[in-house]
Ligand binder design. Sequence first.
Ligand code: F0G
Length: 457
Amino acid sequence: MELPFAESWKIKMVEPIRKSTREEREQWIREAHYNVFQLRSEQVYIDCITDSGTGAMSDRQWAAMMLGDESYAGAKSFFHLKEVIGRLTGFEYVIPTHQGRAAENVLFSHLVKEGDVVPGNSHFDTTKGHIESRKAQALDCTIDEAKDTQLELPFKGNVDPAKLEKALAEHAERVPFIIVTITNNTAGGQPVSMQNLREVRAIADRYGKRVVLDSARFAENAYFIKTREEGYADKSIKEIVAEIFSLADAMTMSAKKDGIVNMGGFIATRHEDWYEGAKRFCIPFEGYLTYGGMNGRDMEALAVGLDENTEFDNLDTRIRQVQYLAARLDEFGIPYQRPAGGHAIFVDASKILTKVPKEEFPAQTLTIELYLEAGIRGCEIGYILADRDPVTRENRFGGLDLLRLCVPRRVYTNNHMDVIAVALKNVFDRREEITRGVRIAWEAELMRHFTVKLERL
Ligand code: F0G
């Protein structure tokens, strides 16, 4: 008999979590204005709000923390991190930042001007925020197929080359760079193929433009290339990673994802002029160049994390857990963005809460119902997150309305996945009875989902 699959690690430290009663949860979510970001973590049993900064570090990473050099200038830990990034990506210049959005802030301060157009595949909300707050436009050129959650495509995060070509033909002078997000978080943690990255490179070269990779989940993207794209099965993850970055000019990185650290990020590039430009903003916004936004110990942990998470076994364990959860949802007929993404399952709320009008935010309603059911915290990636159109101030109902269930790296077991799946099934079974959603009582102008106050209808 063939041996079953099991994790490529064992557990050395545990953190107790606790269940609550439905009455407790009803009170807590009311006090949180029906916004799960306003809950305390003790009020949550299984936390799937994000895979960002929530992973479990390895013993090697914890050991590396002890070697952190906290010198203000010229810290050994910076050069260690820079060496690992250079080895994996080929990028010579590195600027550490406190997290991914800080990398965007520093780099875009140098590159994005009022009236610019930045084409890419479903820019993440902070990326979009950093473009729009500079009075520039984030132009989404993702393939149309990504919007059909039931369509099974191996690389559903891809850029549509025709859309990108059109964007460049129309706006060439106003395009400071192209940004490709790997994996495409907003479209469901869906990967981008190497072939697609090559096409983007060719188009960029034709117009003399540079390509930035928003690389938060680059290792997971490499795993999908290895397991799904022809010609890559026998390549190592590190070989694939090197090829990915050979097709780009720079990266912004949220190290809280595929770096498996709790905090950190960086910019890396092969171009001295971009490095020189970004440097000027790193110092006032983040910190001196050899620490930016990070502690020496965190840079050490990140250096190890990047190395570990570009090994196949670690990624295989992770992605298979997400796929395990997906298989349980399949058993119950619960619709989600297919195929399962790298870091999360994106449940298609608009196909479940069909009686809740879009103006009452079905995915947010499903998020609340799942929390009430079992204390499981997902988050809405839908109409609330989409913010209002900066010009018309209308809600943007054009995209998908999803409940994202993130799986933190190396944190939960498949028993937890079973609890999530059954809790969601229980909500799914009474979906016809859920006819009303929420209304917005208060919202911020930008990135409203973090602080929005809602009322239950
Ligand atoms: N880019 C992508 C693709 C992201 O998913 C994120 C963060 C960022 C950039 C910003 O990085 O949080 O370190 O500042 N995504 C988290 C999430 C917050 O839950 O998806 P950050």
